[in-house]
Design a protein around this ligand. Structure first.
Ligand code: GLA
Length: 380
């Protein structure tokens, strides 16, 4: 099967009768730990995956942007200098990136675009960040912005035009991913540090089959709850407090708000510990951190579902003490990530299939992914 770059190139050629001038590719991601910490200025530890989105682009004869989607066999056409107007499905994502360029005074000009991707949507693997970062790099024909600036354009497009109050993790890992490693990202300073995984570790992604979009009141509601606790404690973000400070304030906080904040504070700490446990191949600690993160998402942040909890429990048991499992991404569905020794892949796959037959669901993606490089641009 050909990949997104080849498919975007072929779709461009078919739609416009010539070769593209430039192709930008950005991957999806799986977050290993550090969930809902990014918009609290905290720490995350994702890796880019071996699936992504490619955007082939070339100049147009007029000032319009024409777009064709290889995955949907659909097209769009809009004026990048006119005010943003939403359009069905994937089109809004393209228009929103162009809109950020426009409001920042960065001219795009007319362009012809073809898009192809292989990140499953609604799976918690950041298909939209992969599309957004690839688009930002493709549109950026003049400024040659650095990968962090492109990531922040893609995040602004989500926040300001798509209507999703997401943090910056997905876009930063799509821009900066490193082959063979996870990335510890400080979501406040935007500093990144590659974290090598144990030599014999497999990263298994299992899609629960439950799909839930991120433009979603529950995500935005969790974010507001965190911000309200930070404001109550007089700090810029929950990153600025530790558990002792939170415990001291407990009686003054609404019990739900307290639990939301406790998830973020403990998850930040777990992420930093994990960044040291990984290179040390400390399997026992890795397993414990995964289990604690899952429990915290389930009990304190309340973003898992009973079915996801059951899948995580099956996978965690199948690691036989060498690794662990947790839900990954925004929550309420999507994927589970399991970290295990490579020789446990077959039992883990069997455990996933058992789970799906027990709940009567058709197995979705079960993928041993390769931690991969981030954004790349081919051509002038
Ligand atoms: C989504 C958002 C990210 C992050 C995660 C949860 O993927 O896009 O910014 O908040 O959820 O960790």
């Amino acid at each position: 099967m050909t990949g997104p770059v080849e498919r975007a190139t072929a779709a461009y050629q078919a739609a416009y009768g010539e070769a593209p001038a430039r192709i930008a590719y950005a991957p999806g991601r799986v977050n290993l730990i550090g969930e809902h910490t990014d918009y609290n200025d905290g720490f995350v530890l994702p890796c880019a995956i071996d699936r992504g989105t490619a955007v082939a682009i070339g100049d147009a004869a007029d000032a319009m942007v024409s777009v064709t989607s290889a995955d949907y066999s659909e097209a769009d056409r809009f004026d990048p200098n006119a005010p943003f107007e939403a359009a069905p499905g994937w089109r809004t994502h393209v228009r929103s990136i162009a809109a950020v360029f426009r409001v920042r005074g960065l001219a795009i000009g007319g362009a012809k675009i073809a898009i192809a991707g292989d990140v499953p949507q609604g799976a918690g693997l950041s298909s939209s960040a992969s599309l957004g970062v690839a688009l930002a790099a493709a549109f950026d024909r003049e400024q040659r912005l650095d990968p962090t600036a492109l990531a922040l354009i893609a995040q602004a497009a989500e926040n300001d035009f798509v209507g999703c109050a997401c943090g910056n993790m997905d876009q930063l890992i799509a821009a900066h991913g490193q082959a063979g490693a996870a990335l510890l990202i400080d979501c406040r300073s935007l500093a990144t540090r590659p974290v090598s995984l144990p030599e014999d570790m497999a990263v298994l992604i299992v899609h629960s089959g439950i799909t839930r979009g991120l433009v979603d009141s529950a995500y935005n509601e969790r974010r507001s709850a965190c911000e309200a606790v930070a404001a109550h404690l007089g700090v810029a973000a929950l990153r600025d407090i530790d558990l002792a400070i939170l415990e001291a304030a407990k009686t003054a906080l609404d019990p739900v708000a307290y639990r939301r904040a406790r998830h973020v504070v403990t998850e930040n700490a777990r992420t930093l510990v994990m960044a040291n446990a990984m290179p040390a191949s400390d399997w026992a600690k890795i397993g414990r951190l995964m289990a604690d993160s899952q429990a915290s998402m389930r009990d304190d942040f309340e973003i898992t579902t009973p079915e996801i909890d059951a899948l995580v429990a099956r996978l965690a048991a199948a690691t036989s003490g060498l690794g662990g499992a947790r839900m990954t991404g925004g929550g309420f569905g999507g994927c589970v990530v399991a970290l295990a020794r490579r020789d446990r892949i077959a039992p883990l796959q069997a455990a996933a299939l058992d789970h799906f037959s027990a709940v009567g669901r058709t197995p979705g993606l079960i993928h041993a992914c390769r931690p991969s490089a981030g954004l790349k641009v081919i051509g002038a």
